[in-house]
Design a protein. Sequence first.
Length: 148
Amino acid sequence: MEKIDIATIGFTKTTASRFFERVKHAGIKKVIDVRLHNTSQLAGFAKADDLAYFLKEICGADYVHQPLLAPTDDILKAYKRDKGDWTIYETSFMRLMAQRKIEERLKAEMFRGGCLLCSEDKPHHCHRRLVCEYLNGKWDGALRVQHL
């Protein structure tokens, strides 16, 4: 299978100008929002409708919300609100992706020129990285991932 370039990015701990410059510089054609909730007032410039507008105007990129790639409220709350263990979060989310059979419901081609978006500033403890790792495991390493 041909390698597909995909990026990931978080929007916290950065300015709007720095965020959009990274997206633009990377040549992203589509931002795939993998947050469960994409309309929070706390998201600032990354609220769904505003983000779609800014991406189109500033970067010429499309915006897609893909909650299939988001953890459930229960998984999120156990980790974030209750300050849970990352290993438990990771195991729970990987199990969820397997139950959802995301590798069958999505095609690798849909990620071409794409960038997975969530809130975490770094990918280390973020589900966007886990999505890429899970899919690469199922798709024989088809995704070439760059964390912006």
